[in-house]
Design a protein. Structure first.
Length: 128
């Protein structure tokens, strides 16, 4: 149970760093354009963060997670993060929701964050 809590904490820190301080305008202004490099760059930064979290875990628990699991989970995070963010941006644009004109913008942002957190729970499940 302690290992799961440590992984959840590491994923929370990773998510904050990758989703906020490391996300630049090139990324967040283009996440709603399917296939745009800005969205892929943002998802790739998350994928690298997931690799880091799982490699730290692997360092202390080398018998519990393999390199292939780390790569697979990082790729899964890249794919899911990209599509969750893209869908959020498309929905906001379609309905014209912005932070200053609709509470639904905030509901969608919260749902986006929930899906990212559920992704980390899935990754922990697959890694352990």
């Amino acid at each position: 149970m302690t290992e799961i809590l440590i992984l959840l904490i590491l994923f929370q820190i990773k998510h904050f760093v990758c989703d906020f301080p490391l996300q630049k305008p090139y990324q967040y202004l283009n996440k709603g354009i399917y296939g745009h490099a800005g969205g892929f760059l943002h998802a790739a930064i998350h994928s690298i963060g997931t690799c880091w979290v799982l490699m730290v875990y692997h360092h202390f628990n080398s018998d519990k997670i393999t390199d292939i699991q780390i790569v697979t989970c990082a790729f899964l995070d890249l794919i899911l993060h990209y599509h969750i963010d893209w869908a959020k941006m498309k929905i906001n644009k379609h309905y014209g929701w912005r932070c200053d004109n609709s509470e639904r913008f905030w509901y969608l942002l919260g749902f986006d964050q929930l899906l990212h957190q559920l992704t980390y729970i899935l990754i922990i499940y697959l890694a352990l």
